[in-house]
Design a protein around this ligand. Structure first.
Ligand code: XIL
Length: 383
């Protein structure tokens, strides 16, 4: 099979894994048993026209075969948690790029017959430090164009959907248009969005182009403002002919602490997005238990209930086509690794349990809650 992007698919995988030692890929007996007893989220989602996916990392493909086996069993889509971010690809100087980890994830998706999300082409938060030191607007525009062309071009024809600009809004920055006052806006003005989406479309016409955002699901003034501002941005993009296909809703939820889920408003928000002719992807779903009680049974129940309440509303909207959890097992989660805001970390030091499978790859109540939500979801046309 030849990847339309020019790289042969086998080459992609081989290139990504080259030079790295493969470890024994045999599943443990315990895992095989757990898998046999567990239905697959991939299958339950597919029955409703949905795609279920999760994050992976290149190093996991090489060094955690039991986890990867679980991914293969459960997911119909993968997204590199970090391996495609600009700062993770670039090794410190303009043009000095290392795609081996990104290639490994893309190659794995192709070889396993899974869809691949591209995350992401531009994110203010993961931009190489040298970009900030470029002398002028022309140089910065050139670097953005070179990066998008190279990254989207490398995986052309393979990527299901690209987060072209990650987290473009920040109403608290005080601009009337609600756009985030960060590196790309400051370097190129608000037109950077149009530039990025047009270029992504020209480079990989088959990929769905996504605006990926967070904090749009709760009953809090900040979330309400973000819903309004995001809808306005999408309307402007539609009116000006900027190629955008979908909205990514990250949905990093909390089982305890913070404002409640705004079920009715969120439902309306999803309908408003759909009315613009856009589809919706839940792109980074996880449920933090950082402020939940220590007792594991209670904690797991609160986490599961949070997944269920959210998905019941989200999946009622037929424009929602994809659900991605930000990890599959508590073994690999940014929450467990304490990469979230320090103020949120568990005070008792116990490990967090935010994902559908525990650290030993056993299904948890969160798994059952997601499975039930898929089973009860109305069927839709696949996106
Ligand atoms: C996070 C990763 O999970 C961490 O490993 C990393 O340290 C920081 O980024 N929104 C996004 C994701 O769009 O890329 C972030 O991923 C989580 C928040």
């Amino acid at each position: 099979m030849t990847a339309p992007g020019g790289m042969r698919r086998r080459q992609l995988l081989t290139a990504g894994l080259a030079g790295l030692a493969l470890v024994d890929a045999a599943p443990t007996a315990a895992l095989a048993q757990a898998c046999a007893a567990t239905d697959s989220l991939r299958r339950l989602a597919a029955q409703k026209g949905l795609v279920y996916g999760t994050t992976i990392a290149a190093w996991q493909i090489l060094h955690d075969p039991p986890f990867i086996r679980l991914v293969e069993q459960q997911a119909g889509l993968v997204v590199p948690e970090n391996d495609m971010k600009w700062q993770d690809i670039n090794r410190g100087r303009p043009g000095d790029d290392d795609y081996s980890r990104a290639d490994a994830v893309a190659g794995f998706a192709v070889e396993s017959g899974m869809a691949l999300r591209g995350h992401n082409l531009l994110w203010y938060f993961r931009t190489p430090p040298w970009f900030f030191t470029l002398p002028d607007r022309k140089a910065k525009e050139g670097a953005v164009i070179a990066h998008i062309t190279a990254l989207a071009g490398r995986y052309r024809g393979i990527v299901h959907s690209w987060d072209v600009v990650n987290e473009p809004i920040e109403p608290r920055d005080g601009r009337p248009d609600g756009l985030r006052k960060a590196v790309f806006l400051e370097a190129l003005g608000p037109g950077y969005l149009d530039l990025a989406y047009r270029l992504a479309h020209e480079t990989d016409p088959a990929a769905k182009l996504v605006v990926n955002e967070y904090n749009v699901e709760l009953d809090a003034p900040e979330h309400e403002t973000r819903r309004v501002v995001l809808l306005e941005l999408l309307q402007r993009m539609r009116q000006s002919g900027t190629p955008v296909d979908a909205v990514g809703i990250q949905a990093h939820l909390h089982a305890v602490g913070g404002p409640p889920f705004a079920a009715d408003r969120f439902r309306r928000f999803l309908a408003d997005i759909a009315a613009l002719g856009l589809t919706i992807e839940i792109t980074e779903l996880d449920v933090s238990d950082e402020e939940a009680p220590a007792d594991i049974a209670r904690r797991d129940r609160l986490v599961a209930d949070t997944y269920r309440r959210f998905l019941d509303v989200a999946l009622d909207e037929p424009a929602v086509k994809v659900v991605v959890t930000w990890g599959l097992s508590d073994r690999h989660s940014w929450i467990v690794r304490h990469e979230t805001d320090r103020s949120r970390w568990r005070k008792d030091g116990l490990p967090s349990r935010p994902l559908p499978f525990d650290a030993e790859l056993r299904p948890k109540p969160a798994f059952a809650a997601i499975a039930e939500a898929f089973a009860h979801a109305p069927a839709r046309t696949p996106g």
